[in-house]
Design a protein around this ligand. Structure first.
Ligand code: BGC
Length: 789
């Protein structure tokens, strides 16, 4: 693509002050434009806008956004295990960005889920780097295919929200390379994101924004990243140090304050002007890359006129492709649905429900209980929040299928979204939530967001307290509604306040009023014999004691985006066969979770003492029972696995092809997520029992079979050997140790159906994602001295 201006010619004509001005934003969402006589070309301003689950274009009014399609959040999309679906959602988000005039979408997030307590886990795909890297790359490819850029975030080791701006992560290099950097590496190498966003936290005492090892040595020199590094919002503390480390664009703008720091440092001889030039060139290239979209700077939707807070007109919705994208959001929500439990009731599975039952027949009555049925939970709190073009409530969708059979009761109070609306505060007060203005744990530049955070803390506190009279009244009403029902469908899950940027959960339990409601409904059903179904809405795992064993089915709907209602109704009545699988282990108890003793750290430091053992790698190493293992998800049909073939194509190169036949042995068509794991039982270092090295989601008709094939490369067998010489004076290489490897194919990490063992020789050369680059970085790694794992 031809840039609209010659980057080098423009750069050569810029003054030092102008170059420095390019290195920070114009304001919160725009880059700095430059236009003056004497320049070969004007430098336009481009706009960035939040994602990742839908577009959040600013309106100029704090916390008010132009409507856009709200897709399922990343943790939901993670449960789809569907690269092509993620790509297509990316395309839709890119199209909306063009329609509304945003040139870079701030996503995807591919941070690892070190603990399920992290308040932002709903924004991340999974606890596994291969899975996150593959889906992250699909998202980037999708968005960027529309000519809109992405920002891969938050680089790196941003795995908790409390103290996120100052916490210092201490982890050995092997842990970083194998666990916390690997998904970023995969996306950078496979999909070439236009920008990478550095994280807030420190790594070994150095803020990510000033961390040369991260931003230059690893990201650029080793992985070959050629785009621009953008700061997370207000993540820069020392602008000059950040420029030296490789951070190009500071966001938001600082009104010229930090540009002046850069100019002064160059004049004082502390900063080489060539470093400023390199950063300015990368920002110019970003602007030039975006320019084919910038003829639509405002976007056709905005050109029709929009005032903050307005809904979009029919013409604007048409330009946004709102109908088509809503249908895609529904398809995506369906693909994410994960059937966790489905026990037999009177000899057949509790789900799906019979759509044809007679309303006049008492046996056909369905009690729908839970405020989330009427108020769909579609997304989490914080910067990823989209103002959806519309929302389909599950209750409406259920009524559309079985209207006259349904009775509804809210069962618990619906905790409202924002703290800054008075009626919300009144509802909270009625529920016993005391809202006190207090210092939030994390400073925010937006007063409204800070208030929302305080609300989140108040809600979390209140749900630990005794139940309010209002909660008991709602439960009594729900029990009355459920008393005559043949089927009780309870919508439960986490209120928005529990899953919120800048805050972490302090419990994995559902809110106390919901747990009480579920227990009382389980008691009731022991008398009435009703089937009891739970639909969950949450972006990350919850614990299910003491109610889990007392319910017949659990359908995980995640934070399923604006079309989740129809998707859930379809699945409950068997119009859609759920095929999602969890991409984050559901533990039995919070005490079991990875890194618990060190979770959130102390005195500003958090030690990743569990090393590479997070997620299923942790539970497997401890042989610990879990509620639902990584990769688990049921179906309305069943799949059989057979005929494993393992073909070593090139032993030295580690090229291995694994294939098997998966057959749908049930009565309905369905999707199966086939997973390939590799283990290195005789490794000289502590390695996980098994690690995901391939996955495919396949649709198989009833009675039909599919042959599924995976290709492995040397890196799939390797670990990061921190001690090995690189050959350039530095240490640390990917190393495939010769010997036996276990190949396993399964329906989950704890449901391995087929296995084989192969022998591969030692591979002293670097296994290849890109064969030569890892050995060749010229700069010295900080890990050479003192930090090697
Ligand atoms: C978040 C980023 C987001 C940015 C802009 C930050 O607080 O961490 O994910 O893109 O704000 O809203």
């Amino acid at each position: 693509m031809t840039p609209p201006f010659d980057v080098d010619a423009v750069l050569a004509a810029l003054t030092l002050e102008e170059k420095a001005s390019l290195l920070s934003g114009l304001d919160d969402w725009y880059t700095q434009p430059i236009d003056r006589p004497g320049l070969p070309d004007a430098v336009p301003s481009i706009e960035v806008g939040d994602g990742p689950h839908g577009l959040r274009k600013e309106t100029g009014v704090d916390m008010v956004w132009v409507p856009a399609t709200g897709f399922p959040t990343a943790s939901a999309m993670g449960a789809s295990w569907d690269r092509d679906l993620v790509r297509r959602v990316g395309v839709a988000i890119g199209e909306e960005a063009r329609a509304e005039g945003v040139q870079v979408v701030l996503g995807p997030g591919v941070n690892m889920k070190r603990s399920p307590l992290c308040g932002r886990n709903f924004e991340y795909f999974s606890e596994d780097p291969l899975h996150s890297g593959e889906l992250g790359a699909a998202y980037v490819r999708g968005v960027q295919s529309t000519g809109v850029g992405t920002s891969l975030k938050h680089f790196a080791a941003n795995n908790q929200e409390i103290e996120r701006t100052r916490i210092s992560v201490v982890a050995d290099e092997r842990t970083l390379r194998e666990t916390y950097l690997a998904a970023f590496e995969r996306v950078v190498r496979l999909a070439d994101p236009w920008t990478v966003m550095c994280s807030y936290n420190r790594l070994h005492g150095v803020h990510a924004s000033e961390n040369r090892w991260l931003l230059t040595e690893v990201l650029r020199d080793e992985w070959g990243f050629e785009g621009a590094v953008v700061s997370d919002w207000n993540a820069v503390h020392d602008r000059v140090a950040a420029v030296k480390a490789g951070l190009d664009l500071e966001m938001p703008g600082t009104g010229g304050r930090t540009d002046a720091d850069v100019v002064a440092a160059v004049r004082a001889g502390e900063l080489d002007e060539a470093v400023v030039d390199a950063a300015a060139r990368r920002v110019l290239r970003l602007v030039a890359r975006a320019f084919p979209g910038a003829e639509l700077v405002d976007g056709p939707v905005m050109q029709l006129g929009h005032t903050a807070g307005d809904r979009l007109s029919a013409d604007q919705l048409a330009l946004l492709k709102a109908e088509e994208h809503h249908a895609l959001a529904r398809e995506a929500a369906s693909a994410c649905l994960t059937l966790l439990r489905n026990e037999d009731v009177h000899g057949s599975p509790a789900l799906p429900l019979d759509a044809a039952a007679d309303a006049a027949d008492a046996a056909g009555r369905i009690a729908v209980i839970g405020a989330f049925a009427a108020h769909a939970r579609i997304q989490g709190g914080g910067s990823s929040g989209v103002d959806p073009t519309r929302v389909d409530a599950p209750l409406d969708a259920l009524r559309a299928i079985a209207g006259d059979r349904i009775d509804y009761a809210p069962g618990y109070v619906y905790l409202p979204k924002n703290a800054y609306q008075d009626d919300n505060l009144a509802t909270l007060a009625a529920h016993g939530v005391e809202f006190v203005e207090e210092r939030p744990k994390v400073a925010r530049r937006s007063a409204t967001l800070a208030k929302e955070l305080q609300l989140a803390e108040a809600v979390q506190r209140a749900t630990r307290d005794a139940l309010s009279p209002e909660a008991l009244r709602l439960q009594d009403e729900a029990l009355a509604a459920a008393g005559e029902a043949d089927t009780i469908v309870v919508f439960a899950g986490l209120p928005l306040a529990f899953e919120q940027e800048a805050n972490d959960r302090d419990t994995l339990a559902l809110p106390g009023d919901q747990v009480a409601l579920l227990n009382r409904l389980a008691d009731l059903r022991e008398h009435t014999g009703a089937r009891l179904i739970v639909v969950l809405s949450n972006g990350s795992p919850v614990t299910m004691d003491p109610w889990h064993d007392r319910v017949d089915a659990v359908l995980e709907a995640w934070l399923g985006g604006q079309a989740v209602g129809g998707a859930v109704a379809d699945a409950l009545f068997g119009r859609v066969n759920p095929g999602g699988k969890v991409a984050e282990t559901f533990p039995l108890a919070v005490e079991d979770t990875p890194g618990q003793p060190n979770w959130i750290g102390e005195r500003g430091t958090v030690l990743y003492g569990e090393g590479v053992f997070i997620g299923y790698r942790w539970y497997d190493a401890l042989r610990r029972g879990v509620r639902y293992p990584f990769g688990h998800g049921l179906s309305y049909t069943a799949f059989a696995y057979a005929d494993l073939a393992v073909d070593i194509v090139d032993a030295d190169a580690g090229e291995v092809v694994v294939s098997c036949t998966v057959s749908n042995v049930g009565a309905v068509a369905g999707d199966e997520v086939v997973q390939l794991y590799v283990g290195d039982p005789d490794a000289e270092v502590h390695r996980p029992l098994r690690e995901l090295r391939g996955f495919e989601r396949v649709r198989i008709g009833a009675g039909e079979s599919a042959r599924v094939e995976f290709r492995l490369e040397s890196r799939d067998f390797a670990y990061w050997d921190s001690a090995a010489e690189r050959g350039d004076g530095r240490r640390g290489v990917w190393r495939r140790e010769g010997g036996a490897f276990r190949i396993e194919v399964g329906a989950s990490s704890r449901d391995i159906r087929l296995g084989a063992e192969i022998d591969l020789p030692d591979d002293p050369a670097l296994p290849a994602l890109v064969p030569d680059a890892l050995l060749m970085g010229a700069a010295t790694s900080r890990f050479v001295e003192g930090h090697a794992g």
